[in-house]
Design a protein around this ligand. Structure first.
Ligand code: FUB
Length: 374
């Protein structure tokens, strides 16, 4: 363990009073980095839910106007039942939250977009994201249309907290779920999206929606896994500038990850961040409940699998975002602590993210409860 890193972590724990955010380091063997398995430090973390009076999930966080703005899903109780199609995630609006320091007060700005105001809405407002360009904020959201097909919509506002007004129709050529928009240093913006099983990505394998398609995956474990998608956005941020492309995730030998590789293949929750000139594509592995990452030298990929960022949390889903704020890196994520493990009633959290000298992210293992004080 790097001595400086240990001191930094200790200082962080003391500053946070050890309550909001606590971290401890364990050594473990993690496979998946290019080359043979190496010993990698694992952080044991505990963070309190950031919001306690609403259920919140899928936090996409960004820095706007010097503050952190968080755009989560707003979970609600639902009678829709549990199934592979995710019918129990029957969300109907978004709240926006902001904070000026990690560990400080969080402000709920109220409802930023309601399903009732979206002209093409069927049901299920899932994980959103927000981008800023030309003085305007763009809220991207997955939603089933009136035919029950997930599309990605966009709504605009002059303020990061909204309220947002939805466009009359979803983004042309968009489908599936979990949009995440990354703007590169040259000002180009890219939307990453997709999710298998309830996110319907497997039903688009032939380029058009297959209503009879599988409700999980393609059942071709020895074939390349279904890839997440990316498309550059036009400068108006309302349309794709190009046909949708596949995001390739490769193993250490340069081969596409296989459909049967459930520990590493993409499931949902795409996110892209850049660190020291390298592009980091991170995502959830769904039914193996991990947040993993892969790196590359272009926003389009290909990306080479590197390892786990966050081990399974309490609840079935695992969904995160990553940002830099005031010189530190953070991962926003969720678990189901407040509902005692109910998968569709989640709460957002934040933990500091650490890179080693080679730019590898230290994996985190989230505890379900604050550790007892010595
Ligand atoms: O919140 C609904 C869905 O659950 C999201 O879109 C997925 O990423 C998963 O977290």
């Amino acid at each position: 363990m790097n001595r400086n890193l240990r001191q930094i972590l200790l200082a962080a724990m003391l500053l946070s009073g050890g309550s909001c955010l606590s971290q401890d380091i364990k050594n473990s063997n993690v496979t998946g980095y290019a080359g043979p398995a190496r010993s990698v430090d694992t952080l044991k973390i505990y963070s309190k839910p950031l919001v306690a009076d609403l259920y919140t999930a899928d936090p996409s966080a960004h820095v706007f106007d010097g503050k952190i703005f968080i755009y989560p899903s707003h979970d609600i109780e639902s009678n829709a039942g549990k199934n592979n199609s995710g019918d129990g995630f029957d969300m109907k609006d978004y709240h926006v939250f902001s904070m000026t320091s990690v560990g400080g007060q969080i402000k709920d700005h109220g409802v930023a977009l309601d399903i009732k105001s979206i002209p093409w809405a069927g049901k299920q407002l899932w994980a959103p994201d927000v981008a800023f360009k030309n003085g305007k904020y763009f809220l991207y959201f997955p939603l089933k249309d009136k035919q029950g097909v997930f599309r990605i919509g966009v709504a605009t506002s002059n303020k990061p907290e909204g309220p947002y007004k939805a466009e009359a129709a979803p983004i042309e050529g968009s489908y599936s779920i979990d949009p995440a928009v990354f703007t590169d240093s040259d000002g180009s913006s890219y939307m990453y999206f997709g999710g298998i099983w309830g996110g319907q990505l497997q039903q688009w394998e032939k380029g058009i929606f297959n209503p009879q398609g599988s409700d999980t995956d393609l059942k071709q474990d020895d074939q390349p896994a279904i890839t997440p998608k990316v498309a550059k956005l036009k400068s108006n941020m309302l349309e794709f500038a190009e046909p949708v492309r596949n995001v390739e995730i490769l193993d250490e030998a340069g081969n596409l990850l296989k459909g049967g590789d459930h520990d590493r293949r993409f499931f949902e929750a795409a996110w892209l961040h850049k660190y020291k000139g390298k592009y980091y594509f991170s995502y959830s592995t769904g039914d193996t409940h991990r947040i993993c990452y892969a790196t590359g030298s272009s926003p389009y990929g290909p990306f080479t699998y590197q390892g786990v960022i966050l081990k399974p949390v309490l609840g079935w889903t695992n969904h995160h975002s990553i940002l830099e704020y005031k010189g530190k890196w953070y991962m926003f994520y969720h678990d189901s602590e407040l509902s005692d493990g109910k998968t569709n009633l989640r709460n957002i959290k934040v933990a500091e993210l650490h890179f080693d000298k080679e730019g590898r992210i230290l994996p985190m293992d989230a505890m379900q409860q604050e550790p007892a004080k010595p």
